[in-house]
Each structure stands twice: as structure tokens, then as C-alpha cells.
Design a protein around this ligand. Structure first.
Ligand code: DGT
Ligand code: CA
Ligand code: CA
Ligand code: ZN
Length: 588
């Protein structure tokens, strides 16, 4: 196991012990052990374990040393398995409700016997939770909202999680002997930030084995439909998947149809009709009209042949429309006019600016993050740890930030990595719009990301004015996550996006497209218009560990859905261009 995976287990042990009401010192030992582990570099950890020296590191007592060693070498921990089995699963599930930590859950369990979300809902409705010490009316209200949100959100899944499943399924389908073509369609292919269900389109010479494989693959909990040429399954995670098998010559039409969106399909069908054609999942054929003989789709002579979607679009006088653009938001008109944007691609990215290290709430050190950026081929990596007011995220005091600036300077001078590191900050926007550090300190940084991390309940006018004031600060380089939303978990704070975009353009400040799969904020729906007016986008993974850097792929998706081109995204610029750009920003 990697150190972060081990740290996850230690953290989880802490939570489970807390649910059981164990000794607080013991609980803290696991929590601080997890933190301490993150600060050790991977190679160092391996060395400490093999030389049996982990115990010499501050915070690692005998019990912890033995557990870390077991996890590191075997990937399992018997103590953890037993502990998990000893706790009612309903209690763990309650952790998903915002505002409920292990301590509160233990209280609810001890005093009201609550051991499930359903039981909590019932107790809240009856007003029993508000009467408990440490809860009150307000908390009870919040819990009810949390339960309701969970139901509403529970039906959809993050694109990132869905993609992981879908990639395995597509690979599995393609490996079947009778399968000639297989693709994931639907909202996943369109790169939507959340996905209702997966849709797979397969061309196959024989259908039986394909349906057989699909309905029995690993993780399938229930087969919800099974026909000759289609099937639907539900996985343990709740995610569902539809499969449709079609003859090879229908593949492109089925793929296009089931990629959607519905609005795009409706407009495509209208366009076909205007040309005397009928477009459907089966094919493109002359439309039936009064007085014409009924034309069968099977009549090969009349069907439009297409082996690629580009040919399908061409048959309707259109250039190829990327799946991400197929939302019925003007893409057909643009294709007709030959004005489709040349969309940004993953390979265009050269770096990113909003990333954390163990100095604040990240889980990998500066060196590890830089090594990971280098492995991705990035020319530059911006480090933007939290500022001092974000104490819950271990925000940096002035002294610690100054030390980090020196550390980054030394790292760059050492030439240890090809990737150049920029010293930045994710500076809190204080409740009145001032920044969290003095100008003299901000002056010393290569760039400044400004973000809202508190007082989320301010009204729209107050929040908008607050953010605009921060944008107008001469040292501000870019605005972090516009609304602070967490997909499927919480809505963002209220902002007037239009006014903030105006202010950013007027002050030559970029806005981030936070590529974290549960943020994707600013939303793709704003980008097309904003970028046309001159706003620059920074695709930032907001990485809190090395693996998080790869989240830029989700950001690329969202950027493409926002019609963004390479030129409109600042993080596609080369190192020398970026240096020039940052210098110009600082001279403002
Ligand atoms: P989702 O699953 O809710 O995230 O969204 P989609 O877009 O994947 O929707 P889904 O799975 O219901 O259907 C896949 C595609 O199939 C959809 O984007 C368009 C097409 N489709 C499905 N039902 C209809 C329909 O009633 N009319 C039209 N025009 N297209 C449909
Ligand atoms: Ca779907
Ligand atoms: Ca579906
Ligand atoms: Zn942030």
C-alpha cells in the first residue's frame, strides 16, 4: 500500500474508534499518525520500515508501527477488518450526512438508539433530535436538509467515478470475440459533470455472449432488464448501466442517438426532416410523407451509409460535432456555419496553479508533488497552500509561507526536477473582501489565487461584492472555485456570476476551472460567453495529493463543454509565456 492509502486506513480507524466511544488519546494517536505518515516521503517510508526505524519518528508508538508495517507489506490489516465488522453499518452510513461526525453519531445512538439514516430522519421529523444536548432546532433542520439532499443526489454519480467503471466495461466488451465495436455513450461520453447511468453501444456478430458477459461481470448486483439485444444492470455502488447491441451498419446511428443529449437529438431530427430525411437510432432514411410508399429502414439501398459519426454529420451538411458540445446549445448552428471551436485537448496542458502540499492540508510533500508533475510532463507546477485564516486546513502563517517561498526557490535552483515550481498561495478572501495576507508578503509570491472558504451563507449581493473586491486587489492573479459547490453534496454560495466575470475581465484576472471532479467550478455553462468576452481560464486540479494532479482530465472535459479553445486557457501556455504573463500581472 502507498503511504496515502495507509494514512486513509489509519484515519478510518480513528473514526471507527470514535464511533465506539474509545479513549480520546488512542483516537488522536491514529489521527496524528495519519498526518505524520503523509509528511514522510514514500521512499523514506519504505526505508524506515525495512530498517525497523519507523518507531523513531515522532508520533509512532509500537502499536502504530506494527500496523503501518502490516499495511505496507501485506496491504491488509486484521485489526482494521475486525474493527469494521464490530460496528453497525448504519452508523458508518450516518457519516455521509453533512454535519454529523463520529462523536455526534455516537450521541444519537446512545441516547436515541439511532443506527440508520431512516431512523435519524424519523427522529428529526418527530423533533426528538432538537431536544438533545448539543443539537438544537437549527442542527435538526440541517440534518433533515442533508438527508433530503442525499436522496436527491443519490441518483447521480460523479463523472470521474462513472468513467472509471465505464472504461473497464468498454475494455471488457472489446475483448469479446464477437464484438467488433464498443463505445460508452450517454452523458458520460458528453463529459457531463454527473452521470445518471452508463450507456454502452456494441456492434457484434453474435449477441448471446455479449449479453451473457455484461450481465455477469464483476460488481453486478442486479440484472434489471435482459432482452435479446439489450440488457440493464445495477452495480453495488447503485450505478446502473444499459447495453444495446446493434448490427455493424447501425452502430454509428445508435452511438449518436444514445450519446444524446435529447435536445441535440431533437434538433438533429428536425434538420433531417427539413431535408426530407428521417434520423433515428436505426439509421438515416428518406422520410415517409403523404403519398410516398412506406420506406423500410431495412432497405439498404435507401439507407445512408456511415461508419463514423463524421459521416453521419456530413450527410446532414454538418462538420463533426464533438460529443461534449451536444447539448442543444447552438452547436448545430455553429457546425452549419463552419464556426465550431477547435476545442482544447488534454495534451495542450503544460501545468497548473492551484495545488496543495503537506504544508497545509495536502498529503504529499513539495518534492513528491513536483516529481508527479514532472512525470506528467508539466513544464510548471504552482503551489498554492492555504492561507492563515483557513486554520482548519492548516493554513500557513506569514513565517511558514516565507519559509515555503525559500524552499521553492532552493528546489528550483537545485535543478532536481525539470518542472519549474511557482510559489503561490490560495489566499482566503476574508468576509469583507480583504485578502488574508499583507500586500508586502503577497508581493513576494509568483502569483495569488483568491478563494472563499467561510461565511458561505452571505447573501448574493454581499458575496458578489466581497469577491469583486478581492479580484480588484492588484496582487490577485486568479479566482479559485467561483461558487464553492461540491457536486452531489452541497450547492455553492450565492454569487452573481456575470458581475464577477465582468470584474475579472476588467482587472485581467483569470478565473479557475477547478478540475477536482467534485467541484468543476466555474461551471461549464458560463465559460463560452465569458471566454468570448475575453476571460482567461486556468484549469487547476486543486490537487491535495499526487494522484489529484490527474484530475485535470475532468477539467479538460468541462472546458470542452464550455467551448473553450487552447488559447482561452492560460495553463496551456509554455513556461516562458507564463513567466511573461505572471510578470505582467505583477506590474499592474
Ligand atoms: P443521464 O444518464 O441522466 O446522465 O443522461 P443521458 O443523456 O445519458 O440519458 P439516458 O441515459 O436517459 O439516455 C441516453 C441518450 O439516449 C440520451 O442522451 C438521448 C437518448 N435518448 C434517450 N431517451 C430519449 C428520448 O426519449 N428522446 C430522445 N430524443 N433521445 C433519447
Ligand atoms: Ca445515461
Ligand atoms: Ca440510460
Ligand atoms: Zn479552496
Amino acid at each position: 500500500m502507498t503511504k496515502n492509502e495507509i494514512a486513509d486506513v489509519l484515519g478510518e480507524i480513528g473514526v471507527l474508534l470514535e464511533l465506539k466511544g474509545e479513549n480520546p488519546f488512542k483516537i488522536r494517536a491514529y489521527q496524528s499518525g495519519a498526518k505524520a505518515l503523509e509528511a514522510i516521503e514514500e521512499a523514506e517510508l519504505a526505508r524506515l520500515i525495512s530498517e525497523e526505524k519507523l518507531g523513531t519518528v515522532k508520533g509512532f508508538g509500537d502499536a502504530l508501527v506494527q500496523k503501518v508495517r502490516e499495511l505496507h507489506t501485506t496491504g491488509r490489516l486484521e485489526f482494521f477488518e475486525k474493527l469494521k465488522a464490530s460496528i453497525e453499518p448504519g452508523l458508518v452510513e450516518l457519516l455521509q450526512i453533512p454535519g454529523l461526525g463520529p462523536k455526534k453519531i455516537k450521541g444519537l445512538h446512545d441516547k436515541l438508539g439511532i443506527a440508520s439514516i431512516a431512523a435519524l430522519n424519523e427522529a428529526c421529523v418527530a423533533g426528538r433530535v432538537a431536544e438533545l444536548e448539543g443539537f438544537g432546532e437549527k442542527t435538526q433542520e440541517k440534518l433533515l436538509v442533508g438527508i433530503k439532499n442525499r436522496e436527491a443526489y443519490g441518483r447521480r454519480h460523479l463523472w470521474w467515478d462513472a468513467r472509471e467503471v465505464a472504461e473497464l466495461i468498454v475494455a471488457g466488451l472489446r475483448a469479446l470475440k464477437s464484438v467488433t465495436r464498443a463505445e460508452a455513450a450517454g452523458s458520460l461520453r458528453r463529459g457531463l459533470e454527473t452521470v445518471g447511468d452508463l450507456d454502452f453501444i456494441v456492434a457484434a456478430t453474435e449477441v448471446g455472449p455479449v449479453v451473457g458477459w455484461f450481465t455477469t461481470m464483476a460488481g453486478v448486483k442486479e440484472v434489471t432488464a435482459k432482452g435479446e439485444t439489450k440488457a440493464s444492470v445495477r452495480f453495488e455502488s447503485g450505478l446502473q448501466a444499459d447495453l444495446r447491441i446493434v448490427p455493424e451498419d447501425q452502430f454509428v446511428f445508435a452511438l449518436h442517438h444514445f450519446t444524446g443529449s435529447k435536445d441535440h437529438n431533437v434538433q438533429m431530427r428536425q434538420r433531417a426532416l427539413a431535408r426530407g430525411l428521417s434520423l433515428s437510432e436505426w439509421g438515416l432514411v428518406p422520410a415517409e410523407g403523404e403519398g410516398t410508399a412506406k420506406i423500410k429502414a431495412e432497405d439498404k439501398r435507401l439507407r445512408t451509409q456511415a461508419t463514423t459519426e463524421a459521416e453521419l454529420f456530413a450527410a446532414l451538411g454538418l462538420g463533426f460535432i464533438a460529443p461534449e458540445l451536444r447539448e442543444g446549445l447552438g452547436e448545430i448552428e455553429a457546425a452549419e456555419a463552419g464556426e465550431l471551436p477547435r476545442l482544447i485537448e488534454a495534451k495542450d496542458l503544460r501545468g497548473a496553479f492551484h495545488n496543495h502540499t503537506t504544508a497545509s492540508d495536502g498529503r504529499n510533500t513539495l518534492n513528491e508533488m513536483t516529481a508527479a508533475a514532472e512525470a506528467l510532463g508539466w513544464e510548471y507546477l504552482g503551489i498554492a497552500d492555504h492561507s492563515k485564516s483557513s486554520y482548519q486546513a492548516n493554513g500557513l502563517s506569514e513565517e511558514r509561507l516565507l519559509a515555503q517561498i525559500d524552499e521553492i526557490k532552493a528546489l528550483n535552483e537545485s535543478k532536481r526536477f525539470k518542472t519549474r515550481v511557482f510559489a503561490g498561495t490560495e489566499c482566503d478572501i476574508l468576509t469583507d473582501g480583504r485578502l488574508d495576507y499583507e500586500d508586502a508578503l503577497l508581493e513576494k509570491l509568483d502569483y495569488v489565487v483568491v478563494s472563499v472558504h467561510n461565511a458561505f451563507t452571505q447573501d448574493e449581493a454581499t458575496m458578489t461584492a466581497r469577491i469583486i473586491r478581492a479580484i480588484e486587489h492588484p496582487r490577485t492573479t486568479m479566482l479559485g472555485h467561483l461558487t464553492g459547490r461540491l457536486l452531489l453534496r452541497r450547492d455553492g454560495y450565492q454569487v452573481n456570476a456575470g458581475r464577477i466575470i465582468d470584474a475579472a475581465i476588467a482587472n485581467s484576472v483569470a478565473i479557475e476551472l477547478n478540475a477536482s471532479p467534485w467541484r468543476l467550478d466555474m461551471d461549464w455553462r458560463h465559460w463560452r460567453k465569458a471566454a468570448e468576452r475575453g476571460l482567461l481560464c486556468a484549469i487547476n486540479p486543486d490537487a491535495h495529493e499526487t494522484a489529484g494532479l490527474e484530475h485535470v482530465r475532468a477539467g479538460i472535459n468541462a472546458a470542452r463543454k464550455g467551448w473553450l479553445t487552447k488559447d482561452q486557457v492560460i495553463t496551456t501556455r509554455s513556461l516562458s509565456e507564463i513567466v511573461t504573463w505572471l510578470r505582467a500581472r505583477r506590474a499592474k
